[in-house]
Design a protein around this ligand. Structure first.
Ligand SMILES: NC(=O)c1ccc[n+]([C@@H]2O[C@H](COP(=O)([O-])OP(=O)(O)OC[C@H]3O[C@@H](n4cnc5c(N)ncnc54)[C@H](OP(=O)(O)O)[C@@H]3O)[C@@H](O)[C@H]2O)c1
Length: 100
């Protein structure tokens, strides 16, 4: 998960940057998760208490969020907008279609 949410994001962002720079309104969107929020996950009475799918999910998405914030600050001067999105708990293969 750290490979996917950390090093791979760095590699893909670096790879697409030359293409982004050629676009009129360049944007990069990282696919994160509520699980990457230290505030939400750290709240023992919050909605994510005890619900996380694996020990690596939350720390690796927190890493991704840190990378997103870094890219926001780094690429702002070049006019490149960087965001993270959290899709919510949706039906996909990754949760064996238990989402909603
Ligand atoms: N599902 C949720 O409830 C949920 C909640 C929060 C965040 N997210 C985030 O949403 C994103 C998508 O998750 P998902 O639930 O849709 O997962 P998923 O059902 O497992 O789908 C993952 C997708 O990534 C592709 N993929 C995997 N490894 C790849 C690689 N090395 N190179 C290229 N493509 C690769 C897969 O392609 P193939 O189909 O060809 O294998 C698949 O299309 C993830 O970042 C996940 O953390 C999901």
């Amino acid at each position: 998960m750290f490979e996917t949410n950390g090093f791979s994001v760095i590699a893909v962002t670096d790879a697409v940057l030359p293409l982004r720079r050629r676009r009129p309104a360049p944007r990069i969107v990282d696919v994160s998760s509520h699980a990457g929020s230290l505030v939400l996950v750290g709240d023992p009475g919050g909605p994510f208490a005890g619900l996380l799918p694996s020990a690596a999910c939350s720390p690796s998405k927190a890493t991704l969020n840190a990378l997103t914030v870094n890219d926001v600050n780094e690429l702002r001067k070049d006019g490149i907008l960087v965001n993270a999105v959290a899709p919510g708990y949706v039906v996909t293969d990754s949760n064996n279609h238990t989402g909603f």
